[in-house]
Design a protein around this ligand. Structure first.
Ligand code: CTP
Length: 404
């Protein structure tokens, strides 16, 4: 898919540098021409010989080698894309401030092509405010940041900070090289380093092994929101009910659930360290009091089904909410939308309620469009026209970002 594309790969000093070998192999396999620049520190982690062999090109490393000057301007102009993977804290800080003491940062400063970085660091370094502020600076320059992943770290700890896998990096860069996203984003991504929780889809409440109580939610709206949050740099946990849709995207971890009770448990757990939660799922308000293990047989009379209330996830998260956490709920109404939405905002201690009314044309389950009004604390109210769910997701995330 990358036939004829010229990719410049910057490798910096991080334990994740071993993955750059796999990345080079993947890029070459996809048809790209790859040239590699290594920082001096990266040579302790991966050898120029490995990278030059796999890239089929000499590795560039020194700004001045013997009596020759490495032409960083030529390198920066040659490439269709500059990827820096792994990106260490040190190189990140240099890029953010324009410090130019090696060939890689000199080339970065001269590059006229899109720039993508895949940070790799330990969790505490990742969470340090200087890392976030440096990444936000890079984004404000139009560079794209591939979200880090969670997993085992070099320190032996488990947490955030692992560099994205080479396959994930490939998926991230394909649309950029394909021209779909060649322009720098219109605005900084603004949610880098943030964690978000999103719920989407319906829930199914078992009556017996063959029947359930469900609803018509498709999950489209919540998936669009998860995508938009990830696009702005957040690491998203998407708790997805039994939707026919699936999603596999960098920055989004999907947790599949079936029932309201399972969704409740997953959300309470994920909310603890989330900065933002957007609950767009259509959660069943009632569930059968006593689901049975055998199929209920038909008889001559009518059937009474006793239902009990499910736990309200939004209300519970509203009670758990700590300073700095932002909670967004939805209200789907068939009448008196404004009154109900405002009542829900208060009763559930949410920061925003997104109202979609089934009275409006173009709003509702299964459609590709929606029409929303967002209500917020302090009298905030903004109505939007009928738009694609993707665009609606942008409006919701814009509102979240502006309120922070
Ligand atoms: N919600 C939830 N847990 C539930 C029910 C609803 O988290 N058990 C969330 C939805 O995801 C949505 C918000 O609460 O963000 C409002 O859902 P809605 O069904 O419109 O409101 P309810 O509070 O259930 O009230 P009603 O059904 O009476 O309108």
């Amino acid at each position: 898919m990358l036939q004829g594309k010229k990719i410049l790969l910057g490798v910096t000093g991080s334990i994740a540098a071993y993955k750059s070998i796999l990345l080079v192999r993947l890029l070459i396999r996809e048809g790209a021409t790859v040239r590699v620049i290594q920082t001096p520190a990266s040579r302790d982690f991966v050898t120029p010989l490995s990278l030059s062999t796999l890239s089929r090109n000499p590795v560039h490393s020194d700004l001045f080698a013997a009596d020759t000057w490495a032409n960083h301007v030529e390198l920066g102009r040659w490439a269709d894309l500059l990827i820096i993977a792994p990106l260490s804290c040190n190189t990140l800080a240099k890029m953010a401030t324009g410090l130019c003491d090696n060939l890689l940062v000199a080339t970065y400063l001269s590059a006229t092509c899109p720039v993508v970085v895949a940070p790799a660091m330990d969790e505490d370094m990742w969470n340090h405010p200087s890392t976030w502020s440096n990444l936000q600076k890079l984004e404000s320059y139009g560079n794209r940041v591939i979200p880090v992943e969670q997993g085992e770290l070099a320190s032996g700890l488990f947490g955030d900070g692992r560099m994205a896998e080479p396959e994930t990096i490939l998926k991230f860069i394909e649309p950029i090289l394909g021209g779909a996203e060649s322009a720098p984003p219109a605005q900084p991504q603004s949610l880098t380093g943030k964690k978000a929780l999103v719920t989407a889809g319906p829930t199914h409440e078992s009556i017996d092994p063959v029947r359930f109580i469900g609803n018509h939610s498709s999950g489209k709206m919540g998936i669009a929101i998860a995508r938009e949050l990830a696009r702005r740099g957040a690491r998203v946990t998407l708790v997805l009910g039994p939707s026919a849709l699936s999603i596999e995207e960098p920055g989004i971890t999907v947790q599949r659930v079936t029932t309201a009770a399972q969704m409740f448990d997953a959300c309470v757990k994920a909310f603890d360290d989330a900065h933002v939660a957007v609950l767009s799922a259509a959660v069943a308000d009632y569930t059968p009091a006593a689901p049975v293990n055998e199929k209920i047989k038909k008889n001559d009379g009518s059937l009474m089904l006793e239902l009990v209330k499910t736990r309200d996830i939004l209300k519970t998260l509203g009670e758990m909410k700590k300073t700095g956490q932002l909670l967004v709920g939805f209200a789907l109404e068939t009448k008196d939308g404004r009154e109900y939405a405002l009542a829900k905002l208060k009763a559930k201690n949410a920061d925003f309620i997104v109202l979609n009314s089934l009275e409006d044309q173009g709003a509702g389950f299964g459609l590709d469009t929606n029409k929303i009004t967002i209500f917020g604390t302090g009298g905030f109210e903004q109505a939007f026209g009928t738009k694609s769910k993707q665009q609606v997701a942008k409006d919701i995330v814009d509102t979240i970002v502006k309120s922070r």
